[in-house]
Design a protein around this ligand. Structure first.
Ligand code: ATP
Length: 559
């Protein structure tokens, strides 16, 4: 991964945001290569899913023919959108702060950041008082509970905080035989980072972490001049809600009928507690989302269709099947309205061997979102937004009140559509394609000696530069001919002209950028108007007529 990160900086794929001021955590800029790569990925997604979608035939695996279209909605929306979507009340992570260095961590990440030995060392350092447990051989669980509750209320400075005693006692009971537990078993339970009631040590400094608390991930801001609660607004944490709230507009303004997918690409913002792993977890990122509206009776079939289609898409663009998994969520992981969710996950090199990170989630969302925007949710415990108070200052707790159902003009049936949501991250996708493309192999240098070369094997559709044009030498009219080729190609693709240095070195530079084809004008070109095309992966060089070069590159690009 270190080599990939270094290459990204060196070749202008990715830079830390505001780097000259020391950077800002969780924000990344795309350089000249990165912007093309990411744009190509988004274009490939839009072309394959929306623009070139065949809406006349039944595609393999699909229950029937369907339409696709797109929208582009705003980042800041009416705050009630986030109330009805559930983000205002529920979109939070549990986080823990260190009492000593004040760093923040996502509670579910802490155990993974600690090695077992760090945790045991910390246990020994901080839990002096627990040594008294060692004196006892057998505990009554009820007695243990009383003892822990007393400790939890009255923790001496420097000792570990105690969290969630009832949860821990439940775990003890499942181990305890006949209501009592041995000292050995108890110490094992206390010593397990995942199940212990004791505060975990800080992964950064070894200090003690405070109890987990809720932390809403939405960035907030104010609209207008007054920074008052009435003007509170949020940066969207997903693009999906812009589609739901426009569902009726799209249906009313177009001649589409269901099944219909509405797509959107755009920025989303999440105030992630621990942004990390390069761009994988950023605070500002781009999503490519489809909300696919269909009849409830067909939604399970559509869910399977989209899950398999999206999995295949990554492979068609070059991700190896060995590094990709489709992980169906367990029933316990599913939201109450969902009959299925699957994640497409990639074996990112920064993860431990055998672990995968999410690239895209495909969720069956039932009619949850449209229904919420129609009716709202009556949740007495939820915090009201100021804008939701009625004239008497009472919470209104309601949705838009608009009818977001659909009437089938042929059957005349009226229903609230079900939704399948394939939700992909453009930045995580770009990072996965960068990781997948990175190769080191042996290739001859300009003197014929074998050297290690770094080559980014991007699919030609994704490659930031499609072709590079070189005059072999900077004289004899070669640059003039090379420029003619360069300008002709440039009308169609991003191409690069380079006349400086040894040609072998120019090839290497293009290999590192992932340019699939290098075109060289040499002495023979002057005689017969043919040029060489060098293939990045096979290193094969063939001569082709200079005058048909645009068609030749076009043919190769189409595969
Ligand atoms: P995670 O569990 O990794 O936080 P999530 O399940 O919350 O992700 P979704 O809400 O399903 O993610 O978002 C859809 C997609 O958006 C993800 O599959 C991912 O590609 C992308 N995404 C989500 N959060 C981030 C982030 N902080 N940085 C970059 N991409 C993200």
């Amino acid at each position: 991964m270190d080599k990939i990160v270094a290459l990204c900086k060196r070749r202008g794929f990715l830079f830390q945001s505001s780097e000259i001021y020391g950077g800002i955590n969780g924000f990344w800029d795309y350089g000249p290569m990165g912007v093309e790569l990411k744009r190509n990925l988004k274009n490939a997604w839009w072309e394959d899913m929306i623009q070139a979608h065949n809406d006349l035939d039944v595609l393999p695996g699909a229950p029937e023919a369907y339409s696709m279209t797109g929208i582009d909605s705003t980042i800041i929306m009416h705050p009630q959108v986030w109330k009805c979507s559930g983000h205002y009340d529920l979109f939070h992570d549990m986080m823990q702060s260190c009492q000593h260095c004040k760093k923040l961590f996502r509670a579910d990440h802490v155990a993974g950041l600690l090695t077992e030995s760090e945790w045991v060392a910390s246990l020994k350092k901080h839990v002096v008082e627990f040594s008294e447990l060692k004196e006892m051989v057998q505990f009554e669980v009820a007695e243990l509970q009383r003892w822990l509750e007393k400790k939890a209320k009255n923790v001496a400075p420097g000792l570990m905080a105690i969290h969630d005693v009832p949860g821990f006692i439940d775990r003890v009971r499942t181990t305890a035989a006949g209501g009592s537990v041995t000292a050995g078993d108890l110490l094992k339970l206390l010593g397990s980072p995942l199940g212990s009631p004791l505060a975990l040590p800080c992964p950064a400094c070894g200090g003690l972490l405070n109890a987990p608390r809720e932390f809403n991930l939405m960035f907030s801001t104010y609209t207008g001049a007054l920074q008052s609660e009435e003007n509170l607004a949020f940066l969207r944490p997903e693009t999906a809600q812009g589609i739901f709230v426009n569902f009726k507009n799209v249906m009313d303004s177009s001649r589409f009928s269901l099944p219909l997918g509405i797509a959107q690409i755009g920025k989303s913002f999440r105030n992630e507690i621990t942004p990390r792993n390069f761009t994988f977890r950023s605070r500002e990122f781009e999503q490519m989302e489809i909300e696919f509206f269909c009849h409830p009776a067909q939604s399970s079939e559509w869910y399977r269709y989209w899950r398999d289609r999206r999995m295949q898409w990554y492979q068609d663009l070059g991700i190896s099947k060995d590094r990709l998994i489709l992980r169906e969520h367990e029933e316990s992981e599913l939201a109450h309205y969902s009959v299925g969710t699957a994640d497409i996950e990639y074996a990112f090199p920064f993860l431990p061997k055998g672990e995968f990170g999410e690239l895209e989630g495909i969720a069956h969302r039932g009619d949850f979102d449209l229904r919420s925007h129609m009716e709202g949710k009556l949740d007495e415990k939820a915090r009201p937004l100021k804008v939701q108070l009625n004239e008497n200052g009472q919470p209104k707790y309601r949705g838009s009140g608009k009818d977001l159902s659909y009437r089938d003009t042929i059957t005349n049936e009226k229903y609230i559509p079900h939704v399948i949501e394939p939700s992909a991250g453009a930045d995580r996708g770009t990072l996965a394609f960068i990781c997948e493309a990175y190769h080191e192999d042996q290739a001859p240098d300009e003197n014929g000696a074998m050297q290690t070369r770094v080559v980014m094997k991007f699919h030609p559709r994704l490659a930031p530069i499609k072709a590079a044009v070189f005059p072999l030498v900077k004289k004899d009219g070669m640059p003039e001919l090379a420029k003619v080729i360069y300008l002709a190609l440039k009308k169609n693709w991003v191409v690069f002209y380079d006349e400086k240095g040894a040609v072998g070195r120019r090839y290497r530079r293009q290999d590192e950028a992932g340019t699939p084809y290098c075109i060289t004008v040499d002495g023979q070109t002057l005689q017969d108007r043919t040029v060489t095309i060098r293939d990045r992966d096979s290193l094969e060089q063939v001569r082709v007529p200079m005058d048909g070069i645009v068609e030749e590159i076009g043919r190769r690009m189409r595969g």
